[in-house]
Design a protein around this ligand. Sequence first.
Ligand SMILES: Cc1cc2nc3c(=O)[nH]c(=O)nc-3n(C[C@H](O)[C@H](O)[C@H](O)COP(=O)(O)OP(=O)(O)OC[C@H]3O[C@@H](n4cnc5c(N)ncnc54)[C@H](O)[C@@H]3O)c2cc1C
Ligand SMILES: *[C@@H]1O[C@H](CO)[C@@H](O)[C@H](O)[C@H]1NC(C)=O
Ligand SMILES: *[C@@H]1O[C@H](CO)[C@@H](O)[C@H](O)[C@H]1NC(C)=O
Ligand SMILES: *[C@@H]1O[C@H](CO)[C@@H](O)[C@H](O)[C@H]1NC(C)=O
Ligand SMILES: *[C@@H]1O[C@H](CO)[C@@H](O)[C@H](O)[C@H]1NC(C)=O
Length: 669
Amino acid sequence: MAVTEMPESKCDVLIIGAGPAGLMLAAWMARCGINARIVDKRSTKIFSGQADGLQMRSLEIFDSFGFADRAWKEANHMIEICMWNPGPDGVVRRSDRIPDVPVGLSRFTQIVLHQGRIERFFLDHIKKHSNPPISVERAVLPETLSIDKSLCDDHSSTSYPITVKLRHLTEEEATPAQSNGSEVRDGLFRSNLTDDDTDDLIRKSQGKEGTAEIVRAKYMVGCDGAHSWTRRQLGFQLEGEPTDFIWGVLDVIPITDFPDIRMRCAVHSAESGSLMVIPRENKLVRLYIQLTEIKPDASGRADRSQITPETIIKAAQKIITPYKLTYEYCDWWTAYQIGQRVGTNFDHSTRIFLAGDAVHTHSPKAGQGMNVSMQDAFNLGWKLGLVLKGICQPSILRTYQSERRRVAQDLIDFDHKFSRLFSGKPAKDVLDESGVSMAEFKDAFVKGNLFASGLSVDYGASMLIAKEGDAAEQGDGTDVSSSSKTRVVGKQELAKNIKMGMRFPSYKVLNQSDARPWHFQELLKSDGRFRLILFAGNILSPNQKSCIDAFCDSLSSSSILKPYLYSTIQILTCHSAKRTDVELLRDFPDILHPFDERSGWDYDSVYVDDKSYHEGYGDAYGNYGIDREKGCAVVTRPDQYVGFVGEVGGEGFKEVERYFGGVLVGSGN
Ligand SMILES: Cc1cc2nc3c(=O)[nH]c(=O)nc-3n(C[C@H](O)[C@H](O)[C@H](O)COP(=O)(O)OP(=O)(O)OC[C@H]3O[C@@H](n4cnc5c(N)ncnc54)[C@H](O)[C@@H]3O)c2cc1C
Ligand SMILES: *[C@@H]1O[C@H](CO)[C@@H](O)[C@H](O)[C@H]1NC(C)=O
Ligand SMILES: *[C@@H]1O[C@H](CO)[C@@H](O)[C@H](O)[C@H]1NC(C)=O
Ligand SMILES: *[C@@H]1O[C@H](CO)[C@@H](O)[C@H](O)[C@H]1NC(C)=O
Ligand SMILES: *[C@@H]1O[C@H](CO)[C@@H](O)[C@H](O)[C@H]1NC(C)=O
């Protein structure tokens, strides 16, 4: 084995694993123009099964990249949840109907579409936008990892602290083995009921010649799932508890007289466990079924030879009785027993990061796996991109762990509660204290829905979030406060419903130039730019007009902001005067709608909160809680989370400058 002949190359970011988390990260790398590689040990992307649902926040994110419409069209939309519980006679009956997602929170609802399609959308997007080109390299396995600690704090462009040996696998090695005795594709190879094969593959491939290479990288991200090799190399642990509950999952076309089979349902039987119904595309229905008769052995593992699609459907039939439930066609099935765990560390020296199932596992019923995994990577990707491009200070990378580990911890707490409620026996009556009260379950479901929508995520104070309070306490304990010189605290009261730390909420506004209505959030694209959103207030009042003029003068002479305008900081304006009384070119300083020799004036940047002809009135100022006269200034991060809220007049501009001073490079920090 000629080690010396191993080819060597360099890249800025090496991504391990091309599941939802890895692909989301690759999408950001594509959008930021980063030289990245993404490898996966499997030879194909997944075709069926696995994760199925997309929450509203995930769709908002897809929309910011520009492919939500593909998912929206193909998916099954979930509008209502029905709850089935035992009546006084012990027989299940429908006890409640609630809307599937909280009304009015987002322009999207929850949809279901299998993971393979979602991976397709990402792959297409990455192909279209990456320059240099990024494509998933399949059947490639990392074998060794070393980190040169002395280079970790060196952020110059020639420092590559990470060295990884990659091996190219044979087709046979890279094809996951199915379980015994069934022609239907199963997901057991990814479930916790079987061992991970990474170590076997590494062992097998040793001694083979010719197909290894060395990669040096500036950053690396382990998106390699629950058995994460990257996590194990770093010696990081998952903390939490395993659960005894074993669940079966079936994707079938059901033949049944159960009336709510096309609704999302939670069915709690008196004695036989619980079942969740998720209606899907192409007449498919996913059933999550608690397998009460299969118990883990002393080692904590269930005997999986007992679990087949037949045993799973039998368990479902018992739960749903007196209704009949069978199937002729099964698309996919699996079984799992997943603990609720969170990683102790999400990064190593802010050089190697872990995202997705690699740092949190929980039961799919809380339905968060793919959502949360993608959102980890959505949080990290732009930060890496902007640090690599020398735009943002490397210290912002610490906010990844502080923001996302906290979300994972909250998720596990929620899942813990929810799983207990879902898997527990229903209470027979109010005096039955050991049982689960159905009122409690419904309440948890409603709260859980808000939580599960992904819209309640609220990042703590840091150099990126100008909130009051203690940064360590609001995050996971990581120190992400900025130096006192730049630490700025915004004025939340000026826009009560544009909460610093939360994603920018969306209401309709009109393009001042052509009166076309837009959901405000649609304007916040995932192109790696921050946004300075100037709620200009009543631009026709002379007082307010002079405030705006002063703000814009400061902007055009600011040594901190000027170099970054438009390329890194997009300016959007939304005023509250009557649209038809206002003229774009007369009433707004040029900097808010700049002129270009070739393409003329910018018509994309100034909006108005006014009535539309065809789509009603968004009342954006009212809904955002902003004063119609005075307005306010808002900064959003490239991931649509609100970083700062402050005044347009007074010290407002200085504060905006200080916010960016704590984030951008070359600003005399
Ligand atoms: C059996 C099972 C069933 C599930 N069912 C559901 C469900 O019904 N609904 C739901 O919402 N969620 C479900 N989930 C959860 C959901 O699939 C995950 O939360 C989601 O896929 C996590 O995305 P990820 O990118 O973090 O990890 P993964 O999707 O696991 O992706 C990891 C990728 O890394 C690759 N990889 C792993 N190790 C290496 C290595 N050493 N080198 C190179 N590549 C590697 C893998 O091949 C894989 O492509 C299920 C998970 C499992 C295991
Ligand atoms: C498949 O079945 C055979 C024979 O029943 C058994 O020897 C083997 O261990 C099984 N393989 C797996 C992966 O369960
Ligand atoms: C899988 O199960 C084993 C045995 O019960 C446990 O030790 C391990 O931590 C589990 N892994 C995950 C990711 O839950
Ligand atoms: C994402 O969240 C939605 C809404 O809670 C949920 O129904 C869905 O199953 C989740 N998807 C995944 C893959 O976790
Ligand atoms: C706003 O209006 C102008 C002029 O019609 C148009 O060119 C531009 O695309 C519009 N922008 C948006 C986001 O609607």
